[in-house]
Design a protein around this ligand. Sequence first.
Ligand code: C2E
Ligand code: MG
Ligand code: MG
Length: 940
Amino acid sequence: MQISEKFFNSKTTQQIAILLFFAAVLPAALLTILSNQKISQIVSNYEHQSLVEKSRTYALSAFANLTFARSTLEHDIAASRKLNTQSTKLRPNDYPMFNVINKVSIDGVMLDSKEKNTIPAELLQEWLSIEPNQTRIFMLPSTKDQTHATVHFVRRNDKLVPFAFYIAEINTNYIWGQPSDYPEDLNICAYQLNNNTKTKIFCSGEDTSSRFKELTPINAGAWELFLGAEFHSNPWLVEIHRTIPISESHLKEYIGTTAYISVGILSLLLIGLFTLIQLRKTMVPMENLVEGTKKIGHGDFTPIEVSGNSEFSVLATAFNNMSAHIKQQLDTLQSYSAIDKEIISTLDVQRVIQLIIQRMKEINPSLVYLIANLEEHTKSDVQCNCTVTGHAVLSSVRLVMSQQEIKEIRQAGRGQFKRSGLSSQRIHERIMAELGTNHIWVLPIFWQDEICAFLLAGSKTELNQKDLRWDEFKDLSSRVGIVISAQRREQKLLTEAQYDNLTGLPNRILLLDRLKLAMEHSHKTSKSMWVIFIDLDRFKDVNDSMGHAFGDALLTEMGQRLTSQTRDTDTVARFGGDEFVIVLSGDEGEDIQLSVLNRIMDAIAKPAYIHNREIMNTCSIGIAVYPNDGDNAETLIKNADIAMYRAKELGRNNYQFFKQSLNDRAAQRMQMITLMRKALELNEFTLHYQPKVDLKTGKIAGLEALIRWENESLGKVSPSQFIPVAEEAGLINSIGEWVLRTACVQMAQCQQGQYSDLLISVNVSAKQLTDVNFIDKLKSILVETGLKAQHLELELTESILMKGETNILYKLHAIKSLGIQLSIDDFGTGYSNLSYLHTMPIDTLKIDKSFIDTISLNKTKAPIVDTIINLAKNLNLKVIAEGVETQEQANYLKVHQCDQIQGYYFSKPLTCNETKALLDSDKRLSLPKLALVENKQQSL
Ligand code: C2E
Ligand code: MG
Ligand code: MG
């Protein structure tokens, strides 16, 4: 078994090993040590006890010997008495148990010894305490060896004379035997205990009394022999010790500690080993599982090894199943993602269908697949673009199916199993049969509840619900619906983004594309190319007066007319509002003819019938030629626009080719705007006043404030030039406010003097009137300046009023209610819808100069002037003629009962001071000549 390094790196292994150490190895080691100690102790006790037992045996044996010796002695004494041989001398040689037997007199003399030794007095004294016929043991120092004593029996005679005591020295060998009888490894010693001292009686070897206590219990044992009862003597002590002591190592050897420990270690090793084996068995599958899980994280779904039938094997099998399932899901997701990516990035329906079929083929290679994209619907048929897979290759087939067949497929809903056959009436069944299948599964694919495609999956054998992953097929098929819907939606968006909603013509975006293509074409073929910018004249007025719906219809009609005048290769685009742009390319072999412009103008000029009304139109056209007037689309359009602007300036209803000088004018406009922004701050504006004269009295009835601008670099700029630019640039409100305030201040000053009934007229632009704060500003200016409202008149252009907007109407009434008078400037030039005159709170009509110009010496009649004067009279309005330059005009107007005139004939616009001077001079219109004319007219 191989244990890899990783095996020990495993945290679980480490934890189990630590657990094992604390739970098994440590206690086992402790148990081994403790039981070893216990066994040592038991063995030691046992050995000690055996020595004690031996001591006891020796001691008891000695005691038995002593008892027998005493019996023998007493028997002998009794026998000698029977013989009445008081003098009988007891011979020790007859008694080997005794060395010597002596009789001792009462005074202690040993009667049987030659030397007649005497017993020491203190000993004798002791002996006297012995009862008659009682035998006691006494220890007497050995005559040979002073270090040990010899054992004696002392018996008291029942008489004191001739002797009082028997004394018998007991043979030591009789009591203890020969030293050689004792085992060699043991040393046995016997002592009499005397208080705290020991008197040696016998030793089989060396006397070890002095170091006996130092010996370990295993090596020594002792027994105390009680002699008090039998022999009235002090006890004896038998000590045994080993001559060859048992040492620690001997004991270990004896117990077998090494083996014991070895067995312990071995068993521990075995425990460890078996545990490791078990751990390995557990951890290897676990590691495999971990490894497998990591691999899944890296997208490797290789199954992990499964062995045995443990829970881990079950887990590994489950893991492999799970991994296979995830892989399958992942494959599905990846294929979905690839398909979705394709859908998002290319919107290529065919490509997506191919990917889907490939995926289906991966899921079930044995089936034949067909996905049909229903492309074009006619009343009876549907054109289908089909992608088919046979056994390997994908191919495309175009089929035409009847609406009825498609309807049947639609009814398959969430999938239907069918049979296919070569004789089938239905094309889809027949084609699947031709592909070698007998059974098919039909799945319609929907977009916005409409069938847009369908899937056919065919097989030779019968198909059923449980066979296949139909749900996955449905998911995949739904993507066909998505891509078709996305493609159609994009086409719709593209159309919406590139075409104008109203007219259906290409819009700016598509125009730029087409223009770029046309430029490339022109560049390659060296054919000329024109950008024609068309603006309908006075369309704004039509829109304002007729309403937006009318305006929209007119624009659509004009768009169609323009298209009808061009070829398919040309582009007619709606550029915005009432502006159209045509990109016109030269034909093969011929350049663009000017006649095309006339054709366009004629087409626009034809009367149009919209909402049952006839309307006449004209247009202004600007032309930029590629590449002379610009080498990029934006410049060409801009220059054509500039040229169109010029055509407008030149009185509309004409066309103009772009010239560089026109571009310079546009640049000047930009410069003008920049300078105008600072003009107020720099006090560059002033006001001039042009008097209005009453034709009846010849007196100055009012003054019109006219703005003047003098700039350092531009010099004097006419209001006809800068006012429209200010309106365009959004500067008119601040400029207009300044004019109003300045005029009111200056006139208030005049009024303080003598000209209290003078009416001051201020021109107000249409843009000013749309300012929500206009009325408030007006009020505050009146309050600030102190000018009375009835002395102020606002001159409005006709177009403002023609809009007829309720908001404007409301404002005009509000102005009127302040007491301010309202006048229509340049009357007659606007679009001729006079109905507004009834509803508007107007005081004065100011006839435009262009009509006054028609009054000349040669012409006795100026019908429009007459008409306007009559109109004013009928409407009870004051009427004034502007731009009166000649006496004839003044006369004519006087005769025709115009109320007032204004013009160079009486006075040009004057500075404030000049005006004051004029007023002071009380200049009047010379009336006498007028009277003549009047008379003349009357006579006529
Ligand atoms: P308008 O209000 O119709 O003013 C009359 C214009 O005709 C003035 O030109 C005036 O100087 C000029 N004029 C007067 N009598 C004669 C004449 O006998 N013969 C000729 N040929 N011209 C005559 P002006 O001052 O250049 O103003 C042009 C236009 O600019 C004004 O036409 C008005 O629409 C606008 N305007 C002038 N001042 C202001 C202003 O303060 N605010 C606004 N919104 N527009 C103003
Ligand atoms: Mg005016
Ligand atoms: Mg005017």
